[in-house]
Design a protein around this ligand. Sequence first.
Ligand code: PXP
Length: 247
Amino acid sequence: MTASSVLLGVNIDHVAFIKKSRETSYPDLIQAVKLCEKSGADSITIHLREDRRHIQDGDAITIRQYCKKLNFEMANTDEMIAFALKLKPNFCCFVPENRDEKTTEGGLALNEMTTMQEKLFKKNIEKLQDAGIEVSLFIDPNLESVKKSKELRATSVELHTGPYAISYELNNYQSELRKLVDAANLANDLSLKVNAGHGLNYKNLQQILKLPYLNELNIGHAIIAESVFIGLDDAIKKIKRIIDNSG
Ligand code: PXP
């Protein structure tokens, strides 16, 4: 896989967060989906959290109708499995969820599961796959988690790049990058697709594009943050036109 063939999933949770923060009808999430796709997003990612802090159930259903490829991030709960089976996204990515976290903080603790939890998780993965949904597991880049993802019969892993992103800021990222490279190599050896995401931005992305066998990157916060500056100029001019043309 060459860097130029790496797919981009755009996470629009932060657009939904602006809408939810004021309970307004804007920003229109469908407009966001269409713009992301028109601008080159290969898929749209949303995370329906247990606390519904950004994406709402209705948003997810509408987005599903309009977007070409949907990646649905969710916790491994009965509620979310039932919702995903109704929603029928193209991909489901299981993520751990902790109510007090600002954003997803770590990969799934796959190696801390009891035999019973593992059995139930495998069953849930199978239910989604039987419904034609491709299943990915969001994991820390360590070899045990990659092996366990294979045992659970996931199709893909999404390697957590958050620690790499933090270490990049500290100018000391080589060992975090090495973990990602090793995890990507093993995932490919085990015929798992390699995705990656979390904390990626305009500066730290270049090194990540060197990961072997990279299939897809999921990026949200940095894109929405950058769009403030790329779009603020036009947004102010648009409101000035209304003010200047009144009366
Ligand atoms: N991948 C997963 C599994 C995530 O939970 C998130 C954050 O919602 C992302 C990717 C995107 O991270 P960021 O918003 O930092 O780009």
